[in-house]
Design a protein around this ligand. Sequence first.
Ligand SMILES: Nc1nc2c(ncn2[C@@H]2O[C@H](COP(=O)(O)OP(=O)(O)OP(=O)(O)O)[C@@H](O)[C@H]2O)c(=O)[nH]1
Length: 417
Amino acid sequence: MPSVLVVEDNAALASMAKAIIEDIIGFTACVARNGAEAKSLLKNDPQRFTVALVDLNLPDAPNGEIVPVVQSYDIPVIVLTGYFGDELRKKMIELGVVDYVLKKNISAYEYACHLAQRVHRNHSTKVLIVDDSKSALLMLKRHLEIQRLQVITAENGKDALLKMAEHPDIKLVITDYNMPEMDGFELIQQLRIRHPKDQLAIIGLSSSGEARLSAQLLKSGANDFIGKPFSYEELLCRVNQNLDYLDHIQDIRDAANRDYLTKLHNRRYFFNEGKLLHQRALFQETPLSLAMIDIDHFKKINDRYGHEAGDTALKHMADLLRGEFPDDLVARFGGEEFCILSTTDSANTYKRFDEFRRKVADSLVHEDNYQFGFSVSIGISSVQNEQLDASIHAADLNLYRAKEQGRNQVISSCQSQ
Ligand SMILES: Nc1nc2c(ncn2[C@@H]2O[C@H](COP(=O)(O)OP(=O)(O)OP(=O)(O)O)[C@@H](O)[C@H]2O)c(=O)[nH]1
């Protein structure tokens, strides 16, 4: 679990920050009450901290001396201060802190803790920046890297489209509009053909004094715009707002399509997506097979080790499935039953699932207070020329036979085994 270093001498504020980080954000928090404690925590295990919330005024470091110390361990710093002035603002920006927050009330801590969560997520978030000016690109890159984003650069629209193809997981594009080869408007329009607004955020950059440009950027499909010249803080707020928006949409999508416990897809998603895969396979005459997998004697696991251990076994099973079938549609159908729709080589389907069965039987679920293994029974059917429902039914019958014949085995009605 990610850990946040909180350096704060005021006990009430420190425990409030800890409560927000642990109860709302779901990270762990480690509190240092002064600079010396912070140094000792950092020396012992610097890698554990994903970000630090640092009070500028500590008894043994009254002028923010602890900030560069934390940064020297390559930990991003969010500064909290009771005093807000232009000089301080300038000094902090020059030091490369993620943000500085005025400690006025509880909302300042809420803001800082959510920002910490954002910075943590940024480590795996790719941003493409597009500008024909090398100096503008450099400045933007530096600002975004302070926020721990992975930055990819392009010098015009055409180059940007190539970079998008190379990195399909880019989540945000920040583009200038006035560029050679392909300008910002055309780039945005091209991007929108494949990438809807709720999956790729685009921020257009427009020069001040060209008010109509911002409206045009938005009409071409940008989610947002920033007028040039912009401050580091405005960029930070806009970028975070757009990335948070994408994450919220993804959270809503996951809540609808994924199982809460295992994070595998749920039955509803399986049917929606499975019908499309089925149609495509029939049209392209490619093989498709379906497997129903059920944990054997699962009730006994619950009865013997408790419901929580049962949940851990289900998560363990989900991890094994994710590892073994990364390219297939895998869902938790309900209870201890899982379903896989596979487009990979039907000639080897039986072998693949039998190897998986063995792998499950050889693995162990272990926590501090228990350790146990379990087996699975698997029924397989072929999907060609049948309705998806009929294939599920056929796989279910095979699963039933596998249970009847003693469990811990695979039964298939696919022609090639
Ligand atoms: N811990 C936990 N248990 C669950 C969950 N969903 C269903 N179960 C339990 O799974 C058990 C399924 O039991 P049965 O249907 O009798 O099947 P089984 O014990 O696996 O036996 P066979 O399938 O015949 O090998 C029930 O006791 C359910 O309460 C869950 O999310 N967590």
